[in-house]
Design a protein around this ligand. Structure first.
Ligand SMILES: C[S@@+](CC[C@H](N)C(=O)[O-])C[C@H]1O[C@@H](n2cnc3c(N)ncnc32)[C@H](O)[C@@H]1O
Length: 257
């Protein structure tokens, strides 16, 4: 009998937004030139909305924390960083970066009402079919006066074009990571937060253009010479405010009471 020829396994093709994609991409989270590079830039911009803790033992709950990319940007601010996510492989990495992890769905978080000084929901609402339930949980977890910070993609034709049709063709955004049917209408988000006692203010954001083009060029060159961008001392692109919330936007607001 002849030996069976080795069969190469094709990369599995998963439906858009299937959470198993995060397991397949587990090695990408902390690579500065990897598929999740832009999440690092967004985490820095999100952390900039978080002030230093106002009391000892303050808690920041990070919904859909992934591999804990927010952690380095919170260093020195005085929070205990608790991360909630459904992806175990990402949580293992978050824990290795000092995050206290909770393997749970952001629509049903096993933490008590009012426990959080800050709740962060970065790049997660647009991945959850019941994003309103995540908002309800975020607001429930906040203590009166607590701060909600988030960023997400708007439910617009332009967002579909930019975030899916264009960005997912770039080497820096995984193909199929988004399901544009889940994108979050900005006005509905503000209304939903208000219903739960949080007055959310929004602003549009985008990566700075010259910095991003230069980063893409350095990334390409780094791959050729075997010195990945981000390990060469160069700075990563900044996320900057933009007038329109039509694609990517940040939100920030305090819970009343
Ligand atoms: C685009 S990543 C963002 C990760 C992180 N917030 C960041 O900005 O680096 C989306 C994350 O949301 C998580 N996620 C998706 N649906 C979720 C749900 N229903 N509950 C909790 N986490 C969820 C995924 O596992 C993934 O880690």
């Amino acid at each position: 009998m002849r030996d069976a020829a080795p069969v190469s396994t094709p990369p599995r093709v998963l439906p858009p937004n299937d959470p198993r994609q995060y397991d397949d991409l587990a090695g990408e989270w902390w690579r500065p030139d990897g598929a999740f590079a832009m999440l690092h830039w967004l985490a820095r911009a999100r952390a900039a909305m978080v002030p230093p803790a106002s009391r000892p033992g303050a808690l920041l709950v990070d919904l859909g924390c992934g591999a804990g990319l927010l952690a380095p940007h919170l260093a020195g601010k005085g929070y205990r960083h608790v991360g909630v996510d459904i992806t175990r492989s990402a949580l293992d990495q978050a824990a290795a970066h000092g995050v206290t992890v909770v393997n749970a769905d952001a629509t049903a978080v096993p933490l008590v009402d009012g426990c959080a000084d800050v709740v962060s929901a970065g790049e997660v609402l647009e991945h959850v079919p019941q994003w309103r339930r995540v908002v309800a949980e975020a607001c429930r977890l906040l203590r009166p006066g607590g701060l909600l910070v988030l960023d997400t993609l708007n439910d617009t034709v332009l967002a579909r074009l930019v975030a899916v049709e264009i960005s997912e063709r770039l080497p820096t955004v995984p193909r199929g990571i988004h399901d544009p049917r889940l994108f979050v209408d900005a006005r509905e988000l503000v209304a939903e937060c208000a219903r739960h006692g949080v007055g959310l203010r929004l602003r549009g954001i985008r990566p700075e253009l010259p910095g991003t083009l230069s980063w893409l060029f350095r990334r390409m060159r780094g791959r050729i010479v075997g010195r990945p961008v981000g390990t060469d001392g160069s700075r990563e692109p900044r996320i900057v405010p933009t007038r329109s919330t039509a694609v990517l936007y940040q939100g920030c607001g305090r819970r009343s009471g």
